[in-house]
Design a protein around this ligand. Structure first.
Ligand code: ISJ
Ligand code: MG
Length: 445
C-alpha cells in the first residue's frame, strides 16, 4: 500500500515564486501550478505531480470523490511539518469544471471535471517566510530512488539562474468568437428575463489568439504579477495546456474555523483621470441595474453561509473594488463554521454563485447551456487549494484563459438581468478580456 511521506522545512529563497516555477519547467513541464491570493498573504508553487486526483462527471459526486480519497490518503501519511502555517505540508491544488454537463470541447481535453494535484515539490511563501514541502508517496518496498530525486532537485535549484526577461511572441491573429450571435443571445435572454421567471443569467464568450511562436507561461505569469497586484493569480498545467488568469473574485477562504467569501458583481469602466474615475464609481454605487445584479449574489451567498455558519458578518452596503481596467461592487462576508465542515462542502454549496451562473440556479444553467454554445471548461469555476489541516482558499477563475503552444483562448462574461442592454454587456465583456489580453502581449485599444 502506498504511503505518503511529507516533509516541510523553512528555506532561504531569494529568487521567489516565479523562479521556482521556471526551474520546474525542465523536468516537470505540464505538472506545475502557481497561486497567489488577492491580499498577498500566501503564495504556492508546485512542481511535479506526486499524485493526481481526477474525476469526470460520470463519477457520483465530483466534489467529494477527491476529498474522500484525499482524506483516506492523508490519514495514513507520515507528515513532518513543525509549522502552524496554512498552505504548508501536503496539500491539493486544482479545481473543477464550470458545468460537468456541458459537452467537452477539445481545448479542455486535458482537464477533468475535478482535477487536483499533490505536488512533488512545493514552495510556500507566507508572511515573508519561505517553506519547501517535499512529498513522496511510496510503497514500503520501494527502493530509495526518491531520495536521489529530492537531492538532485534541491542541488539544481540552488544553482539555477532565472532567465528574467522573456520576450513576448507576436500576436499574428485575434478573433472574437461568434460576436454577433452572442449579442443576439443576450437580447434573447433579456426577453426571457422580462417575462419574469428568471432573474439573472451570466453569459460568457471567448476570443482566440494566435502567436507567431509558442507563448511561455512564465512570461504570462510575470506580466499578470506586475499588472494585477490585487488579484488572485493562478496557473494550472495539464499536459501541454495551461489554464491561467488573474481573478479579483474569492469564492471561499477557510482558516481553521473562520470563513471568508466575497460577493462581486456589478461593473463599470475606470476613468482616465481621478475625477472621471470617482464619478464612474459613484454612478456604479447608485445604479439600479448593477445593484440588482449584485444583490442577487449577496442574497445567495448569505443564504449558503447562514446554513453552515454559527454567525456571519456582512456590511449593509457594497463598496467599490477598483482594478486596473474595471471597478466592481464588492461585499465581503465572514463567518465561523463548526469544526467538522470541510472547505469542499462550502465550495460545493456555493458553486456557481449568481455572479457566474444565475438565479434561479438550475434554470440559469439550462439557459447558459442552450445559449452560450461553448464549453467554459474551468473558466468561472472554483480554483484553489486545501491543505491536510483543511485550511484552504478557492477563487472564481474569471479573467482567465487557456494557453497551449502558439494559441490562447480567453474567456469573459457578464451578468444579464432584465434591464441589460446587449451592446453595453458586450462592451463590459470586452473590458474583462483586457487583463489577460495585455498579459499575453496584446496592446490596449
Ligand atoms: C463573469 C465575469 O465577471 C463576473 C461578472 C460581473 C458583472 O457582470 O458585473 C462582475 C464580476 C464577476 O462576478 C467575468 O469576468 O468573466
Ligand atoms: Mg455586469
Amino acid at each position: 500500500m502506498e504511503i505518503l511521506f511529507s516533509t516541510t522545512m523553512e528555506i532561504q529563497d531569494a529568487d521567489g515564486p516565479l523562479a521556482f516555477f521556471e526551474y520546474g519547467n525542465e523536468k516537470f513541464n505540464g505538472e506545475r501550478f502557481l497561486w497567489k491570493d488577492s491580499q498577498n498573504h500566501a503564495v504556492l508553487v508546485g512542481v511535479g505531480i506526486e499524485k493526481s486526483f481526477s474525476h469526470e462527471r460520470t463519477d457520483h459526486n465530483r466534489f467529494f470523490e477527491a476529498e474522500t480519497e484525499w482524506k483516506r490518503f492523508i490519514d495514513r501519511a507520515v507528515i513532518e511539518n513543525p509549522f502552524e502555517v496554512p498552505g504548508t505540508g501536503p496539500l491539493l491544488f486544482g479545481g473543477f469544471s464550470f458545468d460537468p454537463m456541458s459537452e467537452k470541447e477539445t481545448e479542455w481535453a486535458a482537464f477533468a471535471d475535478s482535477l487536483f494535484y499533490l505536488p512533488k515539490f512545493m514552495l510556500t511563501i507566507s508572511q515573508g517566510k519561505s517553506y519547501l514541502t517535499v512529498n513522496v508517496a511510496c510503497d514500503p518496498n520501494d527502493d530509495l530512488g526518491a531520495v536521489t530525486e529530492i537531492e538532485n532537485f534541491q542541488m539544481g535549484y540552488m544553482q539555477f539562474q532565472q532567465k528574467r526577461s522573456i520576450q513576448s511572441p507576436i500576436i499574428s491573429d485575434m478573433e472574437e468568437i461568434n460576436k454577433e450571435e452572442w449579442i443576439a443571445a443576450v437580447a434573447d435572454v433579456v426577453r426571457q428575463l422580462k417575462q419574469g421567471d428568471v432573474d439573472k443569467v451570466v453569459l460568457a464568450r471567448k476570443m482566440k489568439v494566435h502567436f507567431d511562436e509558442p507563448i511561455l507561461t512564465e512570461m504570462v505569469l510575470q506580466n499578470l504579477w506586475q499588472q494585477q497586484p490585487d488579484s488572485f493569480i493562478f496557473a494550472l498545467e495539464a499536459l501541454e495546456s495551461c489554464f491561467i488568469g488573474a481573478s479579483p473574485e474569492r469564492l471561499i477562504q477557510k482558516t481553521n474555523n473562520t470563513v471568508f467569501s466575497t460577493c462581486l458583481a456589478g461593473s463599470i469602466a475606470r476613468g482616465k483621470e481621478t475625477r472621471e474615475d470617482e464619478l464612474l464609481g459613484k454612478e456604479l454605487l447608485n445604479d439600479r441595474k448593477n445593484l440588482h445584479e449584485h444583490q442577487l449574489v449577496v442574497k445567495m451567498i448569505v443564504e449558503v453561509l447562514k446554513k453552515h455558519c454559527i454567525d456571519i458578518q456582512i456590511p449593509e452596503n457594497p463598496a467599490l473594488l477598483k482594478l486596473r481596467d474595471i471597478q466592481h461592487l464588492y461585499t465581503p462576508v465572514t463567518g465561523t463554521v463548526d469544526g467538522n465542515l470541510s472547505i469542499t462542502k462550502l465550495v460545493e454549496a456555493l458553486h456557481p454563485t449568481p455572479a457566474l451562473g444565475g438565479v434561479p440556479r438550475q434554470r440559469a444553467m439550462h439557459i447558459i447551456r442552450e445559449k452560450e454554445q461553448m464549453d467554459r471548461g474551468m473558466y468561472a469555476s472554483p480554483i484553489g487549494w486545501m491543505d491536510y489541516r483543511d485550511n484552504g482558499e478557492f477563487a472564481v477563475a474569471i479573467r482567465s484563459g487557456l494557453i497551449k503552444q502558439d494559441e490562447a483562448v480567453l474567456y469573459a462574461g457578464c451578468g444579464v438581468v432584465a434591464d441589460s442592454d446587449p451592446q453595453s454587456e458586450y462592451i463590459e465583456t470586452k473590458i474583462k478580456f483586457r487583463p489577460m489580453y495585455r498579459a499575453i502581449g496584446g496592446t490596449e485599444e
